[in-house]
Design a protein around this ligand. Structure first.
Ligand code: HEM
Ligand code: SF4
Ligand code: SF4
Length: 517
């Protein structure tokens, strides 16, 4: 599985790189696939409600009501119909890209299995929604769908083979048509909303809306498509005739030719097999259990910042249990913690200047890489440096590898996420004698832990707690985001940073720092 993931990830990173250059990181659609899907669902919902005003849910009137919208009121109801269709297609594209991206980036195993497993049935629901929508038009395509669906259902050992009888002769039962209308208008959408709510329930701070420009851009693209190629129906359904030429929507109706050509067993077997495979994927192979953040109440004042920053809602604040004056204390859910360490970077107690019992003890930290271990590594690596421009590079495990940058003048520290680094460590490193610190991690907008790189930047810029001390010389800090395949850009950036540091080499690091150092 690993080589497939790596190859797919490299492909996506390349594609995303092009989009970054064209759209900029903030508007890169690849970074908003989940929220874009939600946006397309909104368009589907609004256009669907409008179309429903004109739609007749009776089998003998449905076709004419859709024709009225498409031709007589093409300038609004017709456009709404087209928007309804194209936004549904766009949602399928973004869902699949979203799924592949999470897989290639290895964000589907370990404790993330839940988001993956709850994502898989959305595929069925979305496809069923689309199929039932095409059914409602009751044209030749709908007739084809209805007949093949009936054959497929009759193949299952649950209906006594009677479903197809609905379509023999020249009428389809109104009852069956009403059932389809009910499922499309209410049943499937309600089930989908419930499933999506479950899907994102373990993640915090979700952006359900894509950036405005991206939303408007997508809307304009859908509108242009609706005007250039309006959605139209086939001829009216006539069960005494067999449809000849059909324009299939391959996003939703791909299973029908399979049933037609290979038979219902294949038409059921392929999606069921794919679903089973997708459901098993988080355990093929299973991710090794990762260390869980640990709380030490002796060093916690219950500020709650670790809970605010945790991207996976793994930290919840509970009433204080140790009798100290603070109201709250954090608890970590082992089934949600992804081992990113962002909570450790959020805790004001993770301050390297502190000393308790001869160690740096903090409110919340990772058992395998504690605040004390981080301080020791930073201190030791800085002490071992020689040369004129001594630089500390702090990188993350999921972006451009910083290790090749290590030399006698450059120390490298790697963390699971840059946001694991408490900002006070930047000040500390400069005071320890370093000339500058370069922080580098996943591309802007594309953090492996969702938004660790934004948290890092916000802390350094003073927009978020814990803030970098005001006394710290910002000129000596550089931040550069680079993906795995952008190692050469990282090397260039380090060279530029070195030149910038060279220009300020005679400048005191900070009067206060000097005094304290
Ligand atoms: C209707 C379709 C879907 C919608 C609207 C949707 C939406 C979302 C959203 C908004 C997020 C949070 C992203 C973030 O803020 O970082 C998310 C996460 C996720 N989705 Fe989906 N999703 C859909 C279908 C799927 C499918 C089909 C799969 C895979 C089978 C999937 C797998 C995941 C995974 C693994 C995550 C968690 C990523 C992480 O832990 O960082 N989703 N989804
Ligand atoms: S390590 Fe990451 S996921 Fe786990 S509690 Fe801390 S911030 Fe949350
Ligand atoms: S950030 Fe630190 S002090 Fe604040 S609640 Fe979390 S562990 Fe306690």
């Amino acid at each position: 599985m690993r080589p497939i993931r790596k190859a797919g990830d490299a492909l996506f990173l390349r594609l995303e790189g092009w989009f970054n250059r064209t759209f900029g990181n903030h508007l890169n659609p690849f970074y908003h696939l989940g929220s874009l899907t939600f946006f397309f669902f909104w368009v589907v919902l609004v256009s669907g409600i409008y179309v429903f005003i004109f739609f007749e849910t009776r089998v003998d009137h449905a076709f004419n009501s859709v024709e009225y919208m498409t031709h007589d009121q093409w300038w609004l109801a017709g456009i709404m119909r087209s928007l309804h269709r194209y936004a549904s297609d766009a949602a399928v594209i973004t869902i699949f890209l979203h799924m592949f991206r999470e897989f290639f980036r290895d964000r589907y195993r370990g404790v993330r299995w839940f988001s993956w497993i709850t994502g898989v049935p959305t595929l069925w629901l979305v496809v069923l929604l689309g199929i039932s929508g095409y059914w409602l038009v009751w044209d030749m395509l709908a007739q084809y769908i209805a007949v093949v669906t009936a054959e497929m259902i009759d193949w299952l050992p649950i209906t006594l083979g009677s479903m197809a009888l609905n379509f023999i002769g020249d009428q389809v039962s109104d009852r069956f048509f009403t059932l389809m209308a009910f499922l499309h208008l209410l049943g499937f959408p309600v089930a989908l909303v419930f499933l999506l709510w479950t899907h994102v329930s373990r993640i915090s701070h979700i952006d359900f809306n894509p950036p405005k420009v991206l939303a408007w851009g997508s809307m304009v693209a859908l509108l242009v498509l609706s005007l250039v190629k309006p959605a139209v129906s086939h001829g009216p359904a006539d069960l005494s005739l067999a449809p000849t030429v059909l324009q299939l929507d391959w996003f939703y109706l791909n299973i029908y030719p399979v049933s037609d050509i290979l038979g219902p067993a294949w038409a059921w077997g392929i999606p069921t097999g794919v679903t089973f495979f997708l459901m098993m994927l988080p355990w093929m192979p299973r991710k090794k259990p990762e260390p869980i953040a640990e709380v030490d109440l002796d060093y916690c004042n219950g500020c709650g910042q670790c809970g605010v920053d945790c991207p996976y809602g793994a930290v919840t604040m509970q009433p204080r249990s140790d009798g100290r004056k603070f109201l709250l204390e954090p608890t970590v859910s082992a089934s949600l913690c992804t081992s990113c360490g962002i909570c450790m970077g959020a805790c004001t107690s993770s301050n390297p200047y502190r000393q308790s019992k001869g160690r740096l003890l903090t409110g919340i930290e990772m058992p395998h890489y504690s605040a004390e271990a981080l301080r020791k590594e930073v201190t030791d690596k800085i002490a071992a440096l020689s040369g004129k421009d001594r630089i500390l590079v702090v990188g993350c495990d999921f972006a451009a590898d910083p290790m090749p940058l290590e030399t006698s003048e450059v120390a490298v520290v790697r963390l699971p996420c840059t946001a694991m680094l408490p900002p006070s460590f930047l000040d500390f490193s400069i005071r320890k004698g370093i000339d500058g610190v370069l922080v580098t991690g996943c591309r802007d907008g594309d953090c492996y832990f969702r938004f660790g790189n934004h948290i890092t930047l916000d802390r350094i810029s003073g927009l978020r707690e814990p803030r970098l001390f005001g006394r710290t010389d910002q000129e000596r800090i550089d931040v550069f985001w680079a993906a795995q395949q952008e190692s050469s850009q990282l090397t260039d950036r380090l060279a530029e940073f070195r030149q910038r540091l060279d220009k300020i080499k005679d400048k005191p690091k900070s009067p206060k720092n000097r005094k304290e150092a």
